[in-house]
Structures are given as structure tokens and as C-alpha cells.
Design a protein around this ligand. Structure first.
Ligand code: GDP
Ligand code: MG
Length: 198
């Protein structure tokens, strides 16, 4: 029997203009997909990509959610069942960094604190190719831990710096949480039960 492909959903949230759409585009389509033209995302856009983690094929649904306020109330269904949440800000915008807290509140409110806790989170500082640093890196490091107990990664869709790393680190964390390493005893049980089936 063919094994079912593992699927994970990842949502990208953050203020309008921080670079979410380009981040998803270049990850899914390659660095050539970077665009300097800004087109506001209306509602949500879904991207699909298959990645390999520990030799296992994983199908990703990446939801690029509009950061515009008027869409916030319409995005409930996309939040539900999210395995991973990318909390995005722009390194050049202090406001977008401060708003990460509001995004956390919005998601918690939409899906419930429990579901939020269960999802893996990654804070991503986008546009790190820009020399402007609106928020000192040290502040980011300190605050990120207290905010959502998540890591922070700086990435640039323009230079492709850390784009793959950001997505893969989140997917790997989701995957290892869903498939905790087996203890020797568990492996032994599995081996013997497999034998007994023959
Ligand atoms: N310098 C630089 N500009 C970026 C980067 N990512 C996006 N942008 C620009 O920022 C603007 C908004 O990007 P977009 O991905 O549409 O943001 P969104 O509203 O969060 O989806 C566009 O003009 C992009 O060209 C980046 O990594 N570096
Ligand atoms: Mg967008």
C-alpha cells in the first residue's frame, strides 16, 4: 500500500509590506521570483511545495495571509490546523516589529491559546539585505524568547539569504515534534511486533 504523504500547513503573518509574499514566492519558485513591484495580497494566497526531511517527502501548504487590517477578520479558517506559524516583520520597520505582539494576540484569539501553543513558531526578520536596522538585534533576541518562545531568523528574499533555512528549520521542528525519536525499548517493540506479523 502506498504511504500517505505527510502534509503540514504553515501560515505567514505580519504587517503589509514586510515582504511575506516575496518570501513565499522565492522559497517556492526560486530566487528569480523576487519582485520589486508591490502588489497587495488580498485575503490569502496558497502555495504548495514538496520538501524532503530525513529522507521523507513532505508536502507543504504555505498560506500567505494579507497583513491588511480589513482582511484580519476573514482569515479564521486559514489559521485552523496550522502546524507552523511564521511571524514576519521587516528589519527596517520598528512598527512591524512592535506589531508582532498584535499578530500573536490576533492568532491566539482566532485559534485559541492551546492551538497557538501547539504550533511551531518562527519569528522572521525580512529584508535583512537592507542596511537599516530599526530594531537592535539584541532587543530582537531578548524579546523573541519572551514573546512566543520561538527562534528568530533574519532573511532576505532579494538576496535569497536564509530563505531556505527559515522554512526548513520550521518544517524540521514540526516534523521532529510529530515524530519524536524512539527509545530503544519502543524500537524493540516495533521490531518484535513486525516479526510477529509475518
Ligand atoms: N530590499 C528588499 N525588499 C523586499 C524584500 N522582500 C520584499 N521586498 C519589497 O517589499 C515590498 C513588499 O513586499 P511583499 O512581499 O509584497 O510584502 P507583503 O505585503 O508582506 O506580502 C515589495 O516592493 C518588495 O519588492 C527583501 O528581502 N529585500
Ligand atoms: Mg503580500
Amino acid at each position: 500500500m502506498e504511504k500517505r504523504v505527510t502534509q503540514y500547513s504553515i501560515i505567514l503573518v505580519g504587517d503589509s509590506g514586510v515582504g511575506k509574499t516575496n518570501f513565499a514566492e522565492v522559497f517556492v519558485k526560486g530566487r528569480g521570483a523576487f519582485s520589486t513591484i508591490y502588489i497587495t495580497t488580498a485575503g490569502a494566497e496558497r502555495y504548495k511545495k514538496t520538501v524532503t526531511v530525513n529522507k521523507e517527502k513532505i508536502s507543504l501548504n504555505i498560506w500567505d495571509l494579507s497583513g491588511a487590517n480589513e482582511f484580519r477578520t476573514r482569515i479564521t479558517y486559514n489559521f485552523n490546523g496550522a502546524d507552523g506559524i511564521m511571524l514576519c516583520y521587516s528589519v527596517a520597520s520598528e512598527e512591524s516589529w512592535n506589531n508582532i505582539e498584535n499578530w500573536i494576540t490576533t492568532i491566539e484569539w482566532q485559534i485559541g491559546k492551546n492551538e497557538f501553543e501547539k504550533a511551531e513558531k518562527l519569528i522572521v526578520g525580512l529584508k535583512c539585505d537592507q542596511p537599516t536596522r530599526a530594531v537592535p538585534d539584541t532587543d530582537v533576541a531578548v524579546k523573541s524568547t519572551s514573546l512566543s518562545n520561538s527562534d528568530v531568523l533574519l532573511a532576505s528574499s532579494r538576496t535569497f539569504n536564509n530563505v531556505q533555512e527559515a522554512f526548513y528549520s520550521l518544517v524540521e521542528r514540526i516534523h521532529s515534534k510529530r515524530n519524536p525519536p524512539q527509545t530503544e525499548a519502543q524500537q524493540e517493540t516495533k521490531r518484535s511486533s513486525r516479526c510477529s506479523l509475518l
